[in-house]
Design a protein around this ligand. Sequence first.
Ligand SMILES: Nc1ncnc2c1ncn2[C@@H]1O[C@H](COP(=O)(O)OS(=O)(=O)O)[C@@H](OP(=O)(O)O)[C@H]1O
Ligand SMILES: Nc1ncnc2c1ncn2[C@@H]1O[C@H](COP(=O)(O)OP(=O)(O)O)[C@@H](O)[C@H]1O
Length: 199
Amino acid sequence: MGKSTNIVWHETSVTKEDRRKQNNHHSFVIWFTGLSGSGKSTIANALAKKLFEKEIKNYVLDGDNIRHGLNRDLGFSDKDRTENIRRIGEVAKLFVDSGQVVLTAFISPFRTDRELVRNLLEKDEFIEVYVKCPLEDCEKRDPKGLYKKAREGIIPEFTGISSPYEEPIDPEITLETNKYSIDQCVEQLIDYLSSKNLI
Ligand SMILES: Nc1ncnc2c1ncn2[C@@H]1O[C@H](COP(=O)(O)OS(=O)(=O)O)[C@@H](OP(=O)(O)O)[C@H]1O
Ligand SMILES: Nc1ncnc2c1ncn2[C@@H]1O[C@H](COP(=O)(O)OP(=O)(O)O)[C@@H](O)[C@H]1O
């Protein structure tokens, strides 16, 4: 339950459907989830470029960036991660309402949090993409040197090391980034979206 009382929902003069019609495409969330270093940001940004070239309005929300601003008050305890994802879910919903495709790149380690976001949206508005990569490969990549620090105990509660990651049970798509190239993963996504008439 929220804390605000005496608030009334306002219907908007321009609807989500109006915006979709004008944009000439559907609006929805592509929710990337996976370990740090699995490839969420890389693939989300590569896909965003492809969608942009196809004149599909889109925006990437990225864990690191959002934690610099909107969610700068949150850390990495289970409770803070849950609040992080709840807020991002609400922001993503606003983007969908604005007629855009939103690509989110958050570890989002807990199933219940991801389900909460799915349930905020309509059935055809949430696509869960599991960016799957074994921990040992993510650790080898270690693009930001964070795994090394986590192993040394400098970073506590690090996902995969000292904090859990719950794999999706039935994601719309799984991308195995230790087996396929960035381009192949993007192609897999484009094929899926086309096959569902989403783009
Ligand atoms: N303790 C700990 N655990 C995991 N990740 C950490 C941690 N501390 C900092 N970082 C950096 O923060 C990025 C993850 O932020 P997210 O908002 O995606 O995390 S979460 O969804 O709330 O779990 C993550 O970015 P990605 O590597 O892009 O996943 C890290 O760069
Ligand atoms: N198939 C692939 N898909 C995505 N990234 C890959 C792939 N193969 C290698 N990489 C590399 O792995 C790293 C993934 O980092 P990043 O996208 O920041 O991951 P995350 O956002 O999940 O933390 C990048 O350095 C990227 O170039």
